[in-house]
Design a protein around this ligand. Structure first.
Ligand SMILES: [Ca+2]
Ligand SMILES: [Ca+2]
Length: 326
């Protein structure tokens, strides 16, 4: 009797153990299936986003192809903003690169006694909270320009308040300055004191280029740059920009106006003509920046190129894919 009870008890506990094992196996299998499905779903998602990103780049390239065509103009809205399908389109913007100050040209070609760069820096620095006198801003600005000149000139002779290898070497930079023109705006950050300009003017990059013909294009520059280049007040500079927009007051439309003479520009700005001002300005720089954004659903890619057109053949000066943040 005792023996048979013991046998029954043992059989029961074995069945229970088997049941637990089965449950455990089911749990493990479920987890495995769940994980596999998750991984597959992520794979599919990744593939879809890679496809969309690739397509967005293709669309941006299509926009660039339209933009570089010499017969395409800034005012060709329908050509430059095209819907390809329900959720695919590209948008292209053509801007004159001459609307920015060419830092290399100013440093290398500015006429004797032209203080354009000092004026720009002094004005930006005086907008900071630092409690300096006007004189000190000018000294600071002039030392900055000396350091920039030394950076691009081929020799190792430091200017009055400049900085050549001797200065940078002590800081541990053996190969500074580069003693050649800037190849990118980023290189400007390496020059002594430029951190002060950057702190004073966060969007300083919007004002400079290394690609334009060299002079500021009065048919492309914005009001702030026009005021800096000519000494005009910002209201007159804004008036000049709005005249360019034409009667509809919208930029890049059929009725836009282009200035044909600097005399006209000076008279609107209320500035006296003088040889130094004239040497800073132009009315027809042929360098263009083309920005193209390709969009697929919520995916966007931006490509920016800079071209200079001589005759019928555009020459590409720079090309970059610019990250987009929303
Ligand atoms: Ca030098
Ligand atoms: Ca217009």
């Amino acid at each position: 009797m005792n023996f048979s009870n013991q046998l029954k008890k043992r059989a029961r506990s074995e069945r229970a153990a088997a049941l637990i094992t089965v449950f455990w196996l089911i749990a493990v299998l479920s987890l495995l299936i769940f994980t596999t499905v998750r991984v597959l779903r992520n794979d599919v998602r990744l593939t879809i986003s890679q496809k969309k990103a690739f397509r967005a780049t293709q669309l941006a390239e299509m926009g660039i192809a339209v933009g570089v065509n010499p017969s395409t103009k800034e005012i060709d809205y329908l050509l430059l903003n095209r819907q390809i399908s329900d959720d695919e389109h590209f948008n292209v913007k053509i801007r004159g690169e001459g609307g920015k100050f060419n830092i290399n040209a100013i440093l290398q070609q500015a006429g004797e006694g032209d203080t354009l760069l000092e004026d720009i820096f002094a004005q930006w620095l005086s907008g900071t909270d630092e409690a300096f006198a006007e004189r000190e801003f000018r000294d600071l600005a002039s030392a900055l320009v000396d350091a920039l000149r030394d950076w691009v000139d081929p020799d190792d002779l430091a200017g009055l308040n400049g900085a050549e290898n001797e200065y940078y070497f002590e800081l541990g930079y053996e190969n500074y300055p580069f003693n050649r023109p800037f190849y990118s705006l980023d290189e400007i950050l390496l020059v002594r004191g430029m951190d002060q300009v950057i702190a004073a003017k966060r969007n300083w990059r919007d004002f400079f280029t290394i690609y334009s013909g060299g002079k500021l294009d009065m048919n492309e520059a914005d009001a702030e740059a026009i005021a800096l280049a000519t000494g005009a007040d910002i209201e007159s500079a804004q008036e000049l920009v709005e005249l360019r927009w034409g009667p509809d007051k919208i930029d890049d439309t059929e009725d836009d106006y282009k200035f044909n003479s600097l005399a006209e520009v000076f008279s609107i700005l209320g500035v006296l003509e003088d040889p130094i001002l004239q040497s800073r300005l132009t009315l027809n720089d042929n360098t263009k920046r083309i920005e193209s954004i390709g969009t697929v659903g919520d995916f966007r890619k931006k490509i920016e190129i800079v071209i200079r057109t001589q005759g019928r053949t555009p020459q590409i000066l720079s090309r970059e894919e610019v990250p987009l943040f929303d």
